[in-house]
Design a protein around this ligand. Sequence first.
Ligand code: ARG
Length: 447
Amino acid sequence: MKRLLPLLIAVMTAIAFAQQPAQPPVNKPAPKITYIRAGRLFDGTSDTVRQNVVVVVQDDRIQSVGPEGAVSIPSGATVIDLSRATVLPGLIDCHTHLGSRADRYDEIYRFKDTPFQRAFAAVVHARKTLEAGFTTVRDVGSLPFLAVDLRNSINEGLVPGPRIVASGPGISITGGHGDLNNYSPQTRVSMFPEERNFQIADGVDQVRHVVRAQVKYGVDVIKILATGGVLSKGDSPGAPQFTFEELKTAAEEAHMAGRKIAAHAHGTQGIKNAILAGIDSIEHASLIDDEGIRLAKEHGTYLVMDIYNDDYILTKAIEFGLPQENVEKEKMVGRLQRENFKKAVQAGAKMAFGTDAGVYPHGDNARQFFYMVKFGMTPSQAIRAATTNAADLIGRSKDVGSVEAGKYADIIAVSADPLQDVRALENVGFVMKGGVVYKDTITARLP
Ligand code: ARG
């Protein structure tokens, strides 16, 4: 028996091997390869455009990018013919509010709209944003935790939408830009779950708590309100909100948790406080002065200036019932913001594209490019603010922001040339996100 044992083991091993399938397991599908023929390619990494390029997409990533001719396209392969279009990286908007509607300027909606109403609207807004060519957004302020849930639902494939870098509600001082102001002290509104405060914080300990609570519930980024605002009641956009110490605590807590932090700041002093506190981006930056621009450059702080908004607020928002108080505040900051944008561009400050979509209708995000060019940027600079620079600000340069091997296949195309007229980006005809085509009105028109 002892001598038979090795033989027995050998026979059993042979049987076991014979039962193994010769092919690898069938449950791993073959990679899906798509060839995109780009007539012109602006890949986001430089100011130049390349002619006749082939982008090879494998599943959700870009496998390679090379000149037509150098890439052999096998017969029968899936080809997307954008040879008469300009192909670009999917655009990134670093300042949206997907839960906000641009027709809700009457204060009454703050009391009427339920969180569900906001969430349903957000689903529609997400699709509109994606179809406008914005394949990634940083959403910086919504009810807890609408943006987190929407991000997860989109990632699960439940609803179409851009990749979302989600914040919670903007953190505010009592009486600040994020509070419900101008009512009698007897007015009680349960804006948020009563027992858990996710938004109002006074003093470093409360700031610490709110940042930690938001991280606990899944935010990717912290939004803090470092000055008053335009669309809030009873505060002034120029006035600082939060002390330097409070802002510094918020930045430290966010960074300790591996999160970036964005500060809403219109006012000159609040902007400087936020930069010195170590905040990663200044949103609006309307009344920034030369020293503020110098500090932003010195600290590598991004400026995210929403210079399209003013047009909409002073026309449509008024029609939708925007109170006079807010109209006056917009008149104080809107025009100056555009002048200061120009100064910041000329000084070479880091700028990322962010629009405050939700103030104006979602899907119109690209309208801001025209103003960025009007106030000092080249078309290429403006596009890079919405691609490579934006990706850097949100900390996702490995995945998004350019058409390069290894990145997600987030690719858009326009028929006209955006480097000649940046308004071409207002008509994005082709949108691919993660290798999946969500819109195509370009190849459909080809014979
Ligand atoms: N959410 C901002 C606020 O209420 C909007 C500011 C819009 N105005 C502008 N010129 N960017 O403060």
